[in-house]
Ligand binder design. Structure first.
Ligand code: HH2
Length: 287
């Protein structure tokens, strides 16, 4: 099946996707919706990174700017101050760990790649800073193109979730445009992973439709990443649960996603996700 099990080209070598891969979230922010403020200093972020690696994370996704609804945009200088020392120390302590940087600004990966980061995670799908594509191309970095609409403060708001009769078709079209921007920037197809952006510019029914029809995104021929971790849609379908009661729903979404073709999973709870995905992967293999 296209995009399903090849390898993902990153600045630190190819990552085989013959098994599900997990990105553990290291948010170095005061305001992220789940872990904001918990790992905001370098030491706390490193302790978090160590836990996630012990639990089996394949990639550490370091972010210095929250995208929660109404989050305050962070100036590049502040994002650099938050992210770069953490990337530097992770690479120094765990040289084999793959690091991705969750940002929409070119200045941040430019510095982080110089410190040894391998992957850029752009939740705007190269809409907000075209310079980010050029940085990724020059470094040969892996690039996650996530679907969203609007700027950082708007992209998790329902105001950007206006769709016609077939939301998944619109998401596929917009991801196709994102891959075009990546190509225009000189990024190799093999470096690109696509993410439908669960909970971004999507009401609950849109995130569920995406999970049900991931094969339409897989048809674009690139590996798929999903990030359902403790998001609002997970709570809403279970009757309105708060973030602390959304782990089981997160695992269910990961399992459904894997069976629909996703190979990469961005989560806060790496150990539980790894255990759930091992079962789903065993089933997928004998299908
Ligand atoms: N979700 C969040 C942030 N970055 N990146 C990708 N590729 N896919 C996602 O689904 C995704 C993402 C939101 O989660 P979190 O980082 O925990 O929250 P916040 O944006 O408040 O920091």
């Amino acid at each position: 099946m296209p995009g399903r099990t090849g390898a993902w080209r990153t600045a630190r070598g190819d990552l085989p996707l013959d098994r599900p891969r997990i990105l553990g979230v290291v948010n170095v922010t005061p305001d992220s919706f789940w872990d904001g403020g918990r790992h905001a200093g370098v030491d706390a972020a490193l302790a978090r990174a160590e836990t996630l690696l012990e639990e089996g994370a394949d990639i550490l996704d370091v972010g210095g700017e929250s995208t929660r609804p109404g989050a305050q945009p962070v100036p590049a200088a502040e994002e650099l101050r938050r992210v770069v020392p953490v990337v530097r120390e992770i690479v120094r302590r765990w040289p084999d760990a793959l690091v991705s940087v969750d940002t929409v600004k070119a200045e941040v990966p430019r510095a982080a790649l110089a410190e040894g980061a391998a992957i850029l995670n752009d939740v705007s799908g190269l809409r907000l800073d075209p310079g980010l594509g050029r940085v990724a191309a020059e470094a040969g970095a892996g690039l996650i193109l996530m679907h969203s609409r609007g700027d950082v403060a708007e992209m998790a708001r329902y105001a950007t979730a206006q769709y016609g009769a077939d939301p998944v078709a619109e998401i596929v079209d917009e991801l196709t445009a994102a891959t075009g921007r990546a190509r225009d920037a000189g990024i190799a197809d093999e470096a690109v992973v696509l993410d439908p952006g669960l909970g971004f510019s999507k009401r609950t029914e849109h995130s569920i439709a995406v999970l049900a029809q991931l094969d339409r995104i897989g048809a674009l021929g690139r590996p798929i990443l999903i990030g359902p971790s403790r998001k609002r849609f997970v709570g809403e379908v279970a009757g309105g649960l708060p973030p602390e009661e959304r782990l089981e729903g997160t695992l269910a979404a990961c399992v459904v996603g894997l069976l629909g073709g996703a190979r990469l999973f961005r989560v806060h709870d790496v150990g539980p996700a790894r255990r759930a995905l091992a079962v789903a992967e065993a089933v997928r293999r004998v299908r």
